[in-house]
Design a protein around this ligand. Structure first.
Ligand SMILES: [Zn+2]
Length: 211
């Protein structure tokens, strides 16, 4: 049977035999995630923001370009029980942990769930301009080899968010992060296998694109 016609899970989008969704109950994080995405991005099977949306509880998505999206962003920014910040790992960035200590509030972390090129464009939308930028303290190698990243230290949405939640010392995250990272690795592996990709070939193309 043609692989593209195989039935896929509507949530993780893997072929049903390899679905990773069983046994996942969303983790409620004290820090909120506001995922900025688009309808186009959502249709892409290798999109990793979608994984966060069923693995985390305190998360919502705003579709950039959809009617009223700026109002939705404004009301997320206006939530008084959080400090709004945007995750964008290009210096200069603030330290997220420090902001939490200074304000005594958890963060509402805006995450640009799109390609790096688009993310740079979205970052300059007027409604996002005044958000404090935060980054990661340490950037490990990417586990995601489905799309070509423009530089080695650029992570996919899933890895960037889960690493940030760990760095922020998010309460209770320790006990679930191993499981959700294992699920993520399985998901990448399954999609890569379907596409005939191996880790080695993408690493080669990555070091090639760096030159
Ligand atoms: Zn699934």
């Amino acid at each position: 049977m043609d692989k593209s016609s195989q039935e896929r899970c509507i949530q993780c989008r893997l072929i049903v035999q390899e679905c990773i969704c069983r046994g996942i109950s969303p983790f409620w994080s004290e820090h909120r995630i506001t995922l900025l995405t688009s309808k186009r991005e959502e249709r892409i099977i290798s999109n990793t923001g979608r994984l966060l949306r069923f693995m985390l509880g305190n998360i919502s998505a705003v579709y950039i370009g959809r009617k009223g999206w700026e109002k939705e962003v404004e009301s997320e920014i206006a939530r008084t029980n959080y400090t709004p910040v945007i995750l964008f790992p290009i210096p200069p960035v603030h330290n997220g942990q420090k902001i939490v200590e200074e304000t005594g509030k958890p963060l509402n972390i805006f995450v640009l769930d799109t390609s790096w090129r688009n993310a740079r464009r979205w970052l300059h939308k007027p409604v996002l301009m005044n958000l404090k930028k935060i980054g990661l303290n340490t950037v490990p190698p990417s586990e995601y080899y489905l799309r070509k990243q423009s530089a080695e230290n650029y992570l996919c949405t899933f890895q960037a968010v889960t690493l940030l939640l760990a760095e922020l010392g998010t309460e209770g995250f320790d006990s679930v992060s191993l499981q959700i990272n294992e699920k993520f690795k399985l998901w990448v592996k399954s999609l890569a296998r379907q596409r005939g990709l191996t880790r080695t070939t993408t690493l080669q193309s990555r070091s090639f694109s760096k030159n």
